[in-house]
Design a protein around this ligand. Structure first.
Ligand code: DC
Length: 226
């Protein structure tokens, strides 16, 4: 069997999902897309336009004229272009960070992003990471992985990352922010974060990125051999 052409990777924030997906993309020469970037780009556009984000009609109007594109400049590196503006460097800003969960739970937003995500996947040899890739976006994906870690472990990792990046961060605040986002992501009515029945579950507590990579490479080799 050839390798799985479409790989869906889901799980909550802070599990190492993006780093692992990037490494897998480099190893296999697959394109990688972190779909959270699309939700973040929409959030950025909504906030920049001072659009009241709880107003469905106002957000729908923004979406109706939105031109969102992804331009890869390497298998796992890309720029996100919204209405002609390269918004990539704004996607991790504090304001985007604190508004992306409520905005991404809106039905109009999720529906607007479905075709774009499916179009990217249709190229084949791709890894898409997110929250609902295996359940909603690509239920027919060849291989589905659900990468998880306990809340305390995810917060510890995110806190370290922020300190390394020179950002001020207090561990309790990181735990609370993560818990708030987990709650919105898992309790929303449309496409909540949940493991697809046929996804392989990988718990990453007490494992290094290399350990998890080894585990996934074995899964892919096993998939290819059967
Ligand atoms: O993975 P991330 O932190 O960049 O995701 C940002 C937000 O986008 C997160 O709160 C959940 C949402 N998201 C989503 O609802 N569905 C996806 N496929 C990807 C992200």
């Amino acid at each position: 069997m050839p390798k799985p052409s479409i790989i869906a990777i889901d799980g909550p924030a802070g599990t190492g999902k993006s780093t692992i997906s990037e490494r897998l993309a480099e190893k296999y020469g697959y394109l990688f897309v972190d779909t959270g970037a699309f939700y973040r780009a929409i959030t950025y556009v909504v906030l920049k336009g001072n659009v009241p984000y709880e107003d469905v009609d106002a957000v729908t109007a923004v979406l109706s004229t939105l031109n969102l594109r992804i331009e890869h400049d390497g298998v796992s590196s890309y720029r996100i272009i919204a209405n002609g503006e390269d918004v990539t460097d704004h996607l991790r800003s504090k304001s985007v960070e604190s508004h992306v969960s409520p905005i991404s739970k809106m039905t109009v937003v999720r529906e607007a992003l479905l075709p774009l995500q499916r179009k990217v996947a249709a190229q084949g040899n791709v890894i898409l990471a997110g929250r609902d890739i295996g359940t909603v976006v690509l239920p027919e994906a060849d291989l589905k992985l659900y990468i998880d870690a306990s809340l305390s472990e995810r917060a510890r990792r995110r806190h370290l990352q922020m300190m390394d990046a020179g950002k001020e961060a207090d561990l309790d605040t990181v735990v609370n922010d993560m818990q708030r986002r987990d709650k919105i992501d898992t309790e929303r009515s449309l496409a909540p974060l949940t493991r697809a029945e046929d996804a392989i579950y990988i718990l990453t507590d007490n494992k290094t990125i290399d350990d998890v990579m080894q585990e996934i490479i074995q899964i892919i080799e096993h998939w290819t051999a059967t």
